[in-house]
Design a binder for this molecule. Structure first.
Ligand SMILES: *Cc1c(COP(=O)(O)O)cnc(C)c1O
Length: 524
């Protein structure tokens, strides 16, 4: 028992005689044994190869967490005292449980979310990154990742089109963090005194203007920055979910009248719900007029810049101040891999105005010029650029462009097929690879469309053949397909439509039966 502070701070106990100089125990050494690594790698790569080769049409097998918890617990060694004997079978079973319980992202049945099966080479490079463990943020800890960030920034900026000598890019762990970081940079640019003094004593509260359709990470970032929900100016959108530039000006003027001090306008290049692209050119003009920083949340859709066919959706991007770009979405990388671009690179450092002698050098040198720590929130950060840079280096940009074109074409095909079905209603024309729609057969009782879509979505998930998502549009649930797999073709879409109709009909019949039972007073 500890009885006084001096005990807490007592020096480390002396090692048993000679222990420090003795060799590590064989068990300790064995856990780091390269041969054991190779044997494990061969087994695991074999299992992953089988996993990748499975092209069957499958959805998510959603387990009761209590069941999975039990299965997982059984895989944990009971050994607590010694280093447990290596059990190759235990590792294999963990890998199998891992692969079997995930959303099958390589299956054509998976059409539900914005992440995807990765270019397999990216996974191998991620493995390298995990073994050599070169966390980035500082050049000395991650030399190649730091250089690769520079190269990848130059490559992608060709598609954005900003001044090569002025722009900057930093990787962040996800688009949410990129949005937060960009808002911070924007706020510090507009109100440099806040970093030291806080918001106290300001003549009016800082405010941001965002689309009604903005991703929740944007308003969450505003919360983190202390902006406060009342200082979030909601910009109205049109039927397709795009900010209406003609209504943005009046909304801002009204905010100014209320004494707010807007500093940033956030546009979406691909909204999460429907993949709608805000009109960047027109919004840049609004931002100019009101002296606002224009941040483009392109987490989902910035990748369309790589496509000759779809680049035009981001017309005006050259006038933005910052851009969030998730490579773990439409560049098919392992998550997370996000790139945050600034048109004016000096703004990147404005986000964080700090000194820390243990990491930041007072005198910048050729090495620290490659550090990203002054520009990102993370200190230790995955070298997330390496899978992207390697795939880009090996295959070139056409791999991405081709896949993006194919996904958008498939979404358009889904739109055409759904529009041709009399019992389906498509909610919008796809602007990228997302299509939302509803199953609304003739005679559907008014007001029951919402529940029907939710029920269909859950039963489809339960059925295990397809994985789609749902989203509320104008207050009514819709089914949402995100095409992330280039293997999805018209046959798969037809299968999905049939399955939705089948399930929908069954739900409606069951509902009618229940109502009849209730009317007849039956309680069975
Ligand atoms: C996915 C998404 C985000 C959040 O990005 P994460 O990488 O999931 O943190 C932000 N904005 C939009 C438009 C998105 O689609």
């Amino acid at each position: 028992m500890t009885s006084s502070l001096s005990d807490v701070h007592s020096p480390l106990p002396e090692p048993a005689t000679g222990e420090g100089s003795r060799s590590p125990t064989p068990d300790l050494a064995a856990a780091f044994d390269p041969d054991r690594f190779r044997d494990g790698a061969v087994d695991i790569v074999g299992r992953l190869t089988t996993y990748l080769a499975d092209r069957s049409v499958r959805g998510l097998d959603l387990l009761d967490p209590a069941v999975l918890l039990k299965a997982a617990r059984e895989l944990m060694t009971p050994e607590r005292q010694r280093i447990a004997d290596f059990d190759a079978d235990r590792v294999s079973r963990i890998v199998d449980l891992y692969t079997e319980t995930g959303i099958p992202v390589y299956s054509p049945g998976y059409m539900g979310r914005q992440f995807s099966g990765v270019v397999p080479l990216a996974g191998l490079i991620d493995l390298v990154g995990s073994v050599v463990n070169q966390p980035s943020s500082f050049y000395e800890a991650g030399q190649l990742p730091s250089v690769a960030e520079r190269l990848m920034a130059e490559e992608l900026n060709r598609f954005i089109g900003w001044d090569r000598d002025r722009f900057a890019m930093v990787t962040t762990s996800g688009g949410s963090l990129a949005n937060l970081t960009a808002l911070l940079a924007a706020r510090n640019r507009a109100f440099p005194q806040i970093w030291t003094r806080g918001t106290g004593g300001m003549p009016g509260p800082p405010a941001i203007a965002v689309s009604e359709e903005a991703h929740y990470s944007v308003t969450r970032a505003a919360g983190v920055l202390g902006i406060g929900e009342r200082q979030i100016i909601r910009l109205p959108v049109d039927r397709a979910g795009r900010i209406r530039p003609d209504l943005a000006g009046p909304a801002l003027a009204e905010a100014l009248r209320r004494g707010l001090r807007p500093f940033c306008l956030v546009a979406s290049a691909g909204t999460t719900s429907t993949g709608a692209f805000d009109p960047l050119e027109e919004l840049a003009a609004v931002a100019d007029r009101y002296g606002l920083w224009l941040h483009v949340d392109g987490a989902h859709g910035a990748s369309l810049l790589l496509s000759d066919l779809h680049r035009d959706r981001l017309r005006g991007i050259e006038r933005a101040d910052s851009l969030t770009w998730d490579a773990h979405k439409m560049l098919f990388m392992p998550a997370p891999c996000t790139l945050l671009f600034y048109r004016d690179g000096s703004a990147a450092r404005d986000a964080f105005r700090q000194r820390a002698s243990y990491v930041f050098d007072e005198e910048p040198d050729v090495y620290s010029a490659y550090d990203s720590a002054a520009k990102n929130l993370e200190c230790t950060k995955r070298p997330m650029i390496m899978p992207l840079w390697t795939v880009w280096s090996v295959y070139g940009p056409a791999l991405f462009a081709q896949k993006i074109d194919r996904l958008c074409a498939t979404a358009r095909q889904a739109y055409r097929m759904l529009a041709a079905e009399p019992d389906f209603a498509v909610a919008h024309e796809p602007e990228s690879n997302i299509v939302c729609f509803r199953y609304v057969p003739e005679g559907l009782e008014p007001g029951s469309a919402h529940r029907l879509q939710l029920e269909i979505r859950n039963r489809i998930r339960g059925g295990g053949r397809f994985f789609i998502s749902k989203v509320d549009l104008d207050g009514t649930a819709a089914l949402r397909v995100v095409v992330m797999n280039h293997l999805i073709d018209a046959d798969h879409l037809a299968m999905l439509i049939d399955e939705i109709r089948d399930i929908g009909q069954r739900v409606l019949r069951a509902g009618a039966a229940t109502r009849n039972d209730q009317r007849n007073g039956s309680h069975s």
